[in-house]
Design a protein around this ligand. Structure first.
Ligand SMILES: [Cu+2]
Length: 466
């Protein structure tokens, strides 16, 4: 049995169960207000600096380096990141479409994953038939913003930089010489770079009480099952970007990895839980049918007592109050520094990110939300399923479909490709990955060719539910 067949078999078995605006925001008043007026200090600052041996301003050459030739000869690992800027039509909840702008035919764009200290060689190509230019501002870089200027249709542009800082970093289109940047980003031209710390991630400590209530600690290896969750909004009128709605903060849709309610149950889950493919068991299930193909909703599967790491970015125009209903965020990291532990909700402003580490203790269904009610009701909600909350394991083992119980439905159905990042040094490999996301049909085909599971083709070939 080759790898692909083997994966399909597993799937089949379980499927049965179921400013970069160049400083324009600074006013003269603010600058004056923040100035240091040494003449009003009681101490002689200059004399103190002199006694310290003077100040040395360090500006590593690499920070300003965009010369790919020079960086490629440093001996560092060079990671190529090739993107195309393409306008395409993509579906939106309710059976309609909208005019999307994308990096490489998908929303969000492909996730870049490198290790701190690697050289990133980014190439942006705009096809001949694209009607406008596009740029790419990568927040993981520390180079002149002039490098991000737009590329004309039929042309290509490249820049290189060293990914010096570990963490999660947004990248986004910078519009046509900054014009229309809001339209391009809010129509889909965004993605993330994950820069893994050079020495890897830290093990996770979770404070618990045990026995009759004594304080205890549990430690989990740095290795984790990882997901990416990228939040944004759409502001639309008749499928077209509406700047007026953006200025009014009047959200048409809140999207997670490009889709509203993209991680909710589908018809297969209905069949397994309610016995009827058309009988929904969750309050919102807009993408249930097999005919939705890569847009069909999927759930996010994790094991209990497993270290789960979430790379979260807020690309949007609204705050993100990230919360998981029924869970506590065991650790919150920004950059490479821990910000909080055992916290209920963490706030991310626009273009801000975090790494959230979580252990799901009990089997169950846990909703990830932007805990802003306007965001929840417009699509900012998805579901994690931990362990076997529906008790399907014994049923499947008795029916001979599984040889032994599985610790999560990921071993059967796999996890959705748009939530699974490229593997890094502390990644636990996902048992299977199925094709899911706001992708063009062409991108979905490429993913199938690369070995990902087209669930919409597999499900109809499954034996009936026992
Ligand atoms: Cu663009």
């Amino acid at each position: 049995m080759n790898k692909r067949t083997s994966m399909l078999f597993t799937i089949a078995a379980v499927a049965v169960m179921g400013a970069t605006l160049f400083g324009s925001t600074y006013t003269q008043t603010q600058i004056t207000g923040q100035s240091l007026d040494a003449s009003k200090l009681n101490i002689d600052v200059l004399e103190q600096i002199h006694q310290m041996g003077g100040l040395q301003l360090v500006m590593p050459q690499a920070f300003a380096e965009t010369d790919c030739g020079a960086l490629e000869s440093t001996g560092r690992t060079v990671v190529e990141f090739n993107l195309t800027g393409e306008s395409v039509e993509l579906p939106i909840m309710g059976g309609k479409t909208f005019n999307a702008m994308t990096f490489s035919g998908q929303v969000p764009g492909p996730t870049l994953r490198v290790t701190q200290g690697d050289v990133v060689k980014m190439t942006l190509t705009i096809p001949d038939d694209e009607r406008v230019g596009h740029g790419n501002d990568m927040h993981a870089s520390q180079i002149t913003a002039l490098a991000f200027d737009s590329v004309n249709p039929g042309e290509s542009k490249q820049f290189c930089y060293i990914a010096e800082a570990a963490g999660v970093f947004k990248y986004h289109c910078s519009g046509v010489h900054l014009v229309g940047m809001d339209q391009h980003v809010l129509s889909g031209m965004y993605g993330i770079a994950i820069v893994d710390p050079a020495n890897g991630y830290k093990k996770l400590m979770v404070e618990k009480t045990s026995g009759s209530g004594q304080l205890d600690r549990q430690f989990y290896s740095a290795d984790a099952l990882e997901f990416t969750l990228q939040f944004n909004q759409l502001y639309l009128t008749d499928g077209n970007y509406d700047a007026g709605k953006m200025f009014d903060h009047h959200t048409t849709a809140t999207v997670v990895n490009g889709m509203q309610f993209g991680y909710t149950p589908n018809m297969l889950h209905n069949l397994l839980i309610t016995g009827d493919a058309d009988k929904n068991f969750f309050v919102v299930q807009p993408w249930t049918g097999l005919d939705q193909k890569q847009y069909q909703s999927q759930l996010l599967y994790v094991e209990n007592d497993q270290h789960v790491r979430l790379f979260i970015e807020n690309h949007g125009n609204e705050p993100l109050f990230f919360h998981i209903v029924g869970e506590i965020l065991d650790r919150v990291t920004q950059g490479n520094r821990v910000q909080s532990a055992a916290t209920e909700t963490w706030l991310l402003g626009g273009s801000q990110n975090m790494i959230a580490d979580i252990v799901f203790d009990e089997p169950g269904v846990y909703a990830l939300v932007n805990h802003d009610y306007a965001a929840i009701y417009t699509g900012g909600l998805g579901l994690f399923v931990a362990g076997d909350p529906f008790g399907l394991n014994p049923r499947l083992v008795n029916a001979g479909i599984l040889t032994e119980p599985v610790p999560s439905y990921a071993y059967a159905l796999g996890n959705p490709s748009d939530a699974v990042p490229p593997m890094g040094m502390n990644s636990i490999a996902h048992p299977a990955v199925n094709v899911h996301g706001l992708y063009t049909d062409e991108v979905a085909s490429e993913m199938i060719d690369a070995g990902m599971i087209p669930l919409w083709e597999v499900i109809p070939t499954l034996p009936p539910v026992p």
